[in-house]
Design a protein around this ligand. Structure first.
Ligand code: ZN
Ligand code: ZN
Length: 825
């Protein structure tokens, strides 16, 4: 063992050893219990950041710990490698997206991830931009198409009129084109959708079964799916046969409708304003709103704006006519694209009515004090008693909800309806660097799915990326032109590619059998490894990625390929890495480059720091002192072991005979604490703190000079072994080196986790507090298990106590729970 802790030499040695021995390669072994640990795979941007280091360090501790607990651990890594940055790099620098991406992958894998000493089975690496992966995206698309789960419909896209190209949402910056800063408009295109809404009910109800997920994420999933139960009622536009259907969960307020609002995108809008003097104003308003971001339009803080269409619609419940407005806060995607507005009982409607001078009518009375429209300062949204609602007056509004729903259905004014916020998943992208959608269009046969035997539909390499004009694939004649597989006639290929979220929706299944070439994955392998036992990633994926992955898993189950219902049993969403109070980012100039830390301190320090600085789910505040502290801790352990390694090397381990020993007790307390902290929500920070305490105690233990060969050295030997085993998941290279130096045969990666001796933990001594006349006068130390009678005797004999009792026997002595003695003199 070297005197100096040379992390560079050590880390290189063990990384080489693990690679040569394929230490982390796993196969399906039915005799062993499996554990599947997965970190969200990265986009190969070319460089990992501290957030990655943290994410992978967490996953690596879990994986290594579970290995040491005897599980057969699958811990794979891959690349979510289709996507826009590669295409942008191609437009800017002329390098082909494929080359850019594969170069980045090689660099990140070999020069960055492998330097962190992560326990991946690299033989299972999955790269989504390679055809052995994306052909299965195409295969799954066709299966979904055959079942009606993939379909085409008209939908809006962002359009740059100057570049005459479709823009992805990320390419629109403050409503302007990222390339030329033209104002982005909208264009309707025929696009492909996955029918995720067919699984809405199951996706929602299974949220209750995901007990290993953070409640915060489940709430976000539930809200995104957004089930609401209410009624749909038709309002007829006056002087026409146009029906504006509205959906409401508040049918108890139907008599309080004083106006309606429709979405700027509403297909009936043009017919409403035709020939009216408002036409120009409405059109100008619509054009302006359509440029706004949809999420911003419905944001609570956003200013609500509208314009009167000049049309009126009739409320079927009381036959009153109400004005129809266009509102920026109404979206076509949600509900029917038209809403009823009840300003007395909805705050948004209230503010809108006040702003534009629209009437307000109270239909639910506050039982405490009578409300009048003129004096209301805000909407009344509490329960109350029905008013101004015809035959329903006087009913509690809760009961009126049911009666009005009955009334609506009986009189055929509408019906009870369940409404979902969840929309079908639009997967068409007018981009190059993605999976080609495997459809052929023939004038005679229509849309024809590419036959399985012709897959993959390869991305052509001869495409010039300019960022202008139509879809890049449409520019490639060799790609576009083909023959119909049904009739042999002239046909053209679909030139859209798939949303890259498709790639990440089933990659966890591919990891089970990454070289399978007859199907997306081997059914038996998936049956063994799935579901993922622990999934770890950022909270930014709490909605879309996780929802799409759950949807794909259910579709794949229904295709008969997999027996489970859910992909991820347990989910950990780790916090961000922040520095100087903000998330690390280039624009803030507060980025710490992992390469710098790896070179200056080594991987084990980088890992230890990121695990010690905060519990995984919290934000990690970067501190240079913290990194230094982690490095010094490893040094301190190294120095201690170096000093005593020769002395303990051939010494036996301590056993139960050492139970009275102070350090022996600390060993077992520490094993218990570290084990429980890891098991209990991965509280690595407190586990590492316990290891630091143990090291302090070991320094104390060895400070007295020469040690007793029969009694103390075996305890020290046991302490070293336990300490190194407990450190191994956190600082694996460091632990391997010391483990080896102490003469242990097999590598520590294959060693078993230590067990604690419960009897060693029981305290060997107790401290008794002695009070005289209610004041603490002394503390005495006694062997554990001393009887109350003996405690009393020892207290009376204590010299300090005698001082305060003047050597007289007190009037009264009480021993409380073996911890406290009360005397009254
Ligand atoms: Zn442009
Ligand atoms: Zn045909």
């Amino acid at each position: 063992m070297d005197e100096r802790y040379d992390f560079k030499k050590i880390e290189e040695r063990w990384q080489r050893t693990w690679q040569e021995q394929k230490t982390f390669k796993v196969t399906e072994d039915l005799s062993q219990q499996k554990y599947y640990c997965l970190e969200m795979f990265p986009y190969p941007s070319g460089k990992i950041h501290m957030g990655h280091v943290r994410n992978y360090a967490i996953g690596d501790v879990v994986s290594r710990y579970k290995r040491m607990r005897g599980f057969n651990v699958l811990h794979p890594m891959g690349w979510d490698s289709f996507g826009l940055p590669a295409e942008n790099a191609a437009i800017k620098n002329g390098v082909h997206p494929s080359m850019w991406t594969l170069d980045n992958i090689a660099f990140m894998r070999d020069k960055q991830l492998k330097r962190l000493g992560l326990s991946y089975d690299w033989d299972r690496e999955v790269t989504t931009c390679l055809e052995n992966y994306y052909r299965w995206n195409q295969w799954l698309f066709i299966k979904m198409y055959e079942r009606g789960l993939a379909y085409k419909k008209l939908s809006y896209v962002n359009w740059c009129p100057s570049c005459s190209t479709v823009l992805a949402n990320e390419q629109v910056e403050d409503g302007l084109c990222w390339r030329c800063s033209s104002v982005v408009t909208h264009k309707e295109l025929d696009q492909w959708f996955f029918k995720i809404t067919a699984y809405a009910e199951e996706l929602l109800s299974y949220c209750d079964k995901l007990t290993g997920w953070p409640e915060r994420v489940l709430t976000m999933q539930r809200n995104w799916i957004g089930k609401s139960v209410g009624v749909e009622v038709d309002f007829i536009v006056e002087g026409s046969d146009v029906k504006l259907a509205i959906f409401t969960t508040r049918q108890d307020t139907l008599f309080g409708v004083t106006f309606m609002s429709i979405a700027p995108e509403h297909p009936m809008l043009e017919s409403l304003i035709k020939g009216k003097k408002q036409t120009d104003d409405v059109r100008a308003f619509v054009q302006r709103v359509m440029r706004e971001d949809k999420a911003a339009r419905t944001d609570e803080k956003q200013e609500k704006e509208g314009v009167f269409t000049g049309a009126y619609a009739v409320n079927p419940l009381n036959n009153e006519k109400v004005p129809v407005w266009v509102g920026n806060f109404v979206l076509m995607e949600y509900g029917t694209g038209a809403i009823m507005s009840v300003p007395a009982h909805d705050q948004r409607d209230f503010e809108f009515a006040k702003k534009y001078g629209l009437p307000i009518r109270v239909v639910i009375q506050d039982p405490q004090k009578s409300l009048t429209a003129e004096t209301m300062k805000q909407a009344y949204i509490e329960d109350g008693v029905m008013a101004n609602s015809g035959q329903f007056d006087g009913l509690p509004n809760g009961a009126a909800k049911e009666e009005i729903a009955d009334h609506v259905e009986k009189n055929k004014l509408g019906m009870r309806t369940v409404n979902w916020r969840l929309r079908d998943w639009g997967i068409s992208r007018q981009r190059y660097w993605g999976t080609p959608i495997p459809i052929i269009y023939c004038d005679a046969c229509g849309a024809v799915p590419v036959p399985e035997k012709d897959l993959p539909v390869r991305l052509p390499m001869d495409v010039e990326l300019t960022g202008k004009g139509q879809s890049p694939l449409a520019e490639s004649k060799s790609f576009r032109e083909t023959t119909c597989t049904k009739c042999g006639g002239k046909a053209r290929r679909e030139t859209d590619t798939m949303d890259t979220f498709v790639d990440s929706s089933w990659y966890f299944l591919r990891f089970c059998s990454p070289r399978e070439d007859e199907s997306p994955f081997d059914k038996k392998a998936a049956a063994y490894w799935m579901s993922v036992d622990q999934y770890i990633g950022g909270i930014e994926h709490a909605v879309l990625h996780l929802l799409y992955a759950r949807f794909f898993t259910k579709v794949i189950r229904d295709l008969g390929l997999f027996d489970g219902d859910e992909p991820f049993l347990n989910l950990l969403t780790q916090g961000m890495v922040i520095k100087d109070g903000a998330k690390m980012s280039k624009s803030k100039g507060n980025v710490v480059d992992p390469d710098f830390i790896l070179t200056k301190y080594g991987a084990d320090t980088a890992r230890l720091f990121s695990l010690f600085a905060a519990p995984p789910e919290r934000d990690l505040d970067w501190s240079d002192q913290g990194v230094d502290g982690a490095y010094r801790f490893l040094h301190r352990v190294w120095t201690l072991v170096y000093k005593h390694s020769a002395a303990v090397k051939d010494v036996r381990h301590a056993g139960p005979e050492a139970r009275g020993d102070k350090l022996y007790r600390k060993i077992h307390i520490t094993i218990k604490k570290v084990t429980e902290d890891i098991e209990r929500e991965f509280h690595f920070n407190t586990a590492i703190a316990a290891l630091m305490e143990m090291v302090n105690e070991m320094y104390d233990y060895t400070s007295g000079g020469v040690m007793n060969y029969d009694k103390q050295l075996p305890v020290l030997r046991s302490a070293f072994d336990a300490l190194i085993l407990l450190i191994a998941p956190f600082a694996p290279h460091f632990a391997e080196e010391i483990w080896d130096a102490l003469g242990n045969e097999a590598g520590i990666a294959n060693a078993l986790w230590p067990q604690y001796d419960p009897e060693a933990i029981v305290a060997s001594e107790i401290t008794v507090v002695v009070q005289v006349n209610g004041r603490v006068r002394s503390k005495i130390t006694l062997p554990a298990g001393t009887s109350d009678k003996d405690i009393e005797a020892a207290a009376l004999a204590d010299p300090k106590v005698k001082e305060f009792t003047n050597n007289k026997h007190p009037k009264k002595v009480i021993v409380v729970q073996g911890k406290l003695v009360n005397m009254v003199v």
